[in-house]
Design a protein around this ligand. Structure first.
Ligand SMILES: NC(=O)c1ccc[n+]([C@@H]2O[C@H](COP(=O)([O-])OP(=O)(O)OC[C@H]3O[C@@H](n4cnc5c(N)ncnc54)[C@H](O)[C@@H]3O)[C@@H](O)[C@H]2O)c1
Length: 264
């Protein structure tokens, strides 16, 4: 059976994982490679980028790594140049980077607000802005922006800066889809739900809470009664990256076990 991304070049921003295990970006990078893509694994953390690259190569896939902070325009330009120099095109851009800014509207610091927007919104915008001309020139491509159900629903956590910056991601993706659709570019948003990833575990542990207890509280409210995993996000990303999704753009698709449908 033909692999779904055979011959495609996939640039993944935030391709590492902040700890051992499988985050959304690491799982997507590995799955893209399993499906035939040549992957450029970009991360601010060199060790994290190298680990994803190692896994892909050990499985027989093709991957090069690059270290970049997506909130810095020079870094974004450098990794795109490296991708074009190496492969000549970019078929898939997955923007996975996201950082959490704590605090409600009164408690959030200006610094946390600025940082969330600098990385989650501005950094993501920069990577779209710099990749789009290449996609237009080559006749199309697929942009997958990783957001959260917290960008459209209040989930019970005071993450004002995070939620607002991710809502900006949704709006930006919609604009790109409408304005660049005629040039063959598709742009979609993944609304990630409650995933058991190193990022989520680390956040709970840093707050001094018990992971199992917190997860059990979450799963009681998730219609499918389980936490998601990085692979649930990766499987949706693979579909959106592939030609199977050739008529899908401007969509905001949850991978959340149905949580978004609940009111209470
Ligand atoms: N894990 C969850 O439960 C959950 C829920 C909702 C949404 N999300 C979203 O999923 C995405 C990340 O998920 P993950 O599990 O892969 O997280 P992760 O933190 O494990 O992976 C993200 C990677 O991005 C890198 N990174 C951080 N800032 C960067 C920057 N400025 N430039 C380049 N790289 C940077 C980190 O080093 C890390 O390796 C985020 O967009 C997040 O908002 C996650």
């Amino acid at each position: 059976m033909a692999r779904r991304l055979e011959g495609k070049i996939a640039l993944v921003m935030g391709a590492g994982s902040i700890g051992p295990g499988w985050g959304n970006g690491k799982a997507a990078s590995v799955l893209f490679a399993r499906e035939g893509a040549k992957v450029v694994a970009v991360d601010r953390d060199a060790t994290a980028a190298a680990e994803t690259t190692r896994v892909i190569r050990e499985e027989g896939g093709e991957c090069i790594e690059a270290v970049a902070d997506i909130s810095r325009v020079a870094d974004v330009e450098a990794v795109i140049e490296k991708t074009i120099d190496t492969y000549g095109r970019i078929d898939v851009l997955q923007n996975n980077v996201g950082i959490v800014g704590l605090g409600n509207a009164v408690k959030v610091t200006e610094e946390a607000w600025e940082k969330s927007f600098a990385v989650n919104a501005r950094g993501l915008m920069l990577s779209c802005q710099k990749v789009l001309p290449h996609m237009v020139a080559q006749g199309g491509g697929s942009i997958i922006n990783v957001s959260t159900i917290a960008s459209v629903r209040y989930l019970g956590f005071s993450y004002t800066a995070y939620d607002a910056s991710k809502a900006a991601v949704n709006a930006l993706t919609r604009s790109i889809a409408v304005e660049f659709g005629p040039k063959g570019v598709r742009a979609n948003t993944i609304l990630v739900g409650m995933m058991d990833t190193p990022l989520a575990r680390g956040g709970i542990e840093a707050a001094g809470s018990n992971v199992d207890k917190i997860y059990s509280g979450y799963t009681d409210t998730i219609p499918l009664r389980r936490m998601g995993t990085g692979w649930d996000t990766a499987n949706l990303a693979l579909f959106l990256a592939s030609d199977d999704a050739s008529y899908i753009t401007a969509a905001e698709i949850p991978t959340d076990g149905g949580l978004i449908a609940r009111c209470l």
